[in-house]
Ligand binder design. Structure first.
Ligand code: NAD
Ligand code: MG
Ligand code: MG
Ligand code: MG
Ligand code: MG
Length: 332
């Protein structure tokens, strides 16, 4: 069973007694910086010269300095810039500003797990990763609730790393909902696998293949879009609320029967065998290495895939159809 921690297990005064630098002010960065500040923590935000987020952070009452100054001032440094540039930001701005007893924090374990960042001895290396997007993390905090977090300690130089991580999690509302203890290895590998095999990659491929099958059989793209993409939200909402059981309770018996007999014909033993290969390539670092090479090589394939999919009939059909649905929040 997973170990769970709540408000009563966490001592907010630990993080209140430290100086925190939040490097980056994107989805997670803004949520952490603002909520820690509101929890009575001494926070500064580290942003590079010319950052578009600088004005926003200052408007919201935060002090913004460079990543190097922030790291120098602080003794807890939370790295919330995009994963592929963390190693560079670390080398240029953080590394030389780490003192013994400082703590290096992450919201995702990729750079530590695969050795792109190697923290010096004497420094705690911790993770607090909310299991939700940053804007929800902030909104829940403001409403007196929180988003569940997972927390881990990779290097426990002070012997008090986990208490510090729990205290940080309390500062962003995480312990109000519950914090699960994990490791950098478990978080990184399951996060990458989940987004690739199921949440983003698996789901997008399933939706596209279903849509193409219907359209190639002569059905209208608009009808295929509703069946294969639009309705997915309703199904996933039911799963989210009550697992597969609630979804099956809500759909017709015909749909439920089709689920049992056809699902395993779509996601077959061969699919699962491929999932195991995907996981192995995540575990042995192949995926992370290829992604870093792609990113630093100018994102050529990434941009090709992006363009290809944006021109797909599924996407062009959806763009038109969503105009008919005033309640769908579309920022196109
Ligand atoms: P983001 O892309 O939303 O924001 C990145 C921020 O970094 C921006 O404010 C940008 O201005 C800033 N930045 C870019 N280059 C910089 C530089 N050189 N120096 C300083 N700042 C720079 O990122 P995000 O999605 O919040 O992700 C941050 C971390 O949180 C990642 O490790 C990610 O895996 C993790 N995470 C994200 C989510 C999420 O909901 N997005 C959820 C869990 C964990
Ligand atoms: Mg994830
Ligand atoms: Mg991820
Ligand atoms: Mg239907
Ligand atoms: Mg039913």
């Amino acid at each position: 069973m997973a170990e769970l921690f709540y408000d009563a297990d966490a001592d907010l005064s630990i993080i209140q007694g430290r100086k925190v630098a939040v490097i980056g002010y994107g989805s997670q960065g803004h949520a952490h910086a603002l909520s820690l500040r509101d929890s009575g923590v001494d926070v500064r935000v580290g942003l590079h010269e010319g950052s578009k987020s600088k004005a926003k952070a200052e408007e919201q009452g935060l002090r913004v300095v460079t990543p190097a100054e922030a790291s120098k001032e602080a003794d807890v440094i939370m790295v919330l810039v995009p994963d592929p540039i963390q190693a560079q930001v670390y080398e240029e701005s953080i590394k030389d500003n780490l003192k013994e007893g400082d703590a290096l924090f992450f919201g995702h374990g990729l750079n530590i797990r695969f050795g792109f960042i190697k923290a010096p001895e004497g420094v705690d290396v911790c993770m607090v990763a909310p299991k939700g997007p940053g804007h929800l993390v902030r909104r829940q905090y403001e409403e007196g609730r929180g988003v569940p977090c997972i927390a881990a300690v990779e290097q426990d130089a002070t012997g008090k790393g986990f208490d510090l991580a729990l205290s940080y999690a309390k500062g962003i509302g995480g312990t109000r909902a519950g914090v699960i203890k994990t490791t950098f290895t478990e978080e990184t590998e399951t996060d990458l696998f989940g987004e690739q095999a199921v949440l983003c990659g698996g789901t997008a491929a399933l939706v596209k293949a279903g849509f193409e099958t219907l359209v190639e059989a002569g059905y209208q793209p608009e009808i295929a879009y509703f069946e294969c993409l639009h309705e997915l939200k309703l199904i996933v909402d039911l799963m989210y609320e009550g697992g597969l059981e609630k979804m099956r309770w809500s759909v017709s018996e015909t749909a439920e029967w089709g689920d049992y007999v056809t699902g395993p014909r779509i996601i077959t033993d061969a699919t699962k065998a491929e999932m195991k290969k995907v996981l192995a390539e995540i575990q042995d670092g192949t995926f992370a290495k290829n992604w870093m090479d792609e990113y630093h090589g100018g994102l050529k394939k990434y941009n090709e895939y992006k363009t290809q999919d944006s021109e797909h009939l599924l996407e062009t059909t959806g763009k038109e159809l969503r105009k008919l649905m005033s309640w769908v929040n579309d920022n196109e």
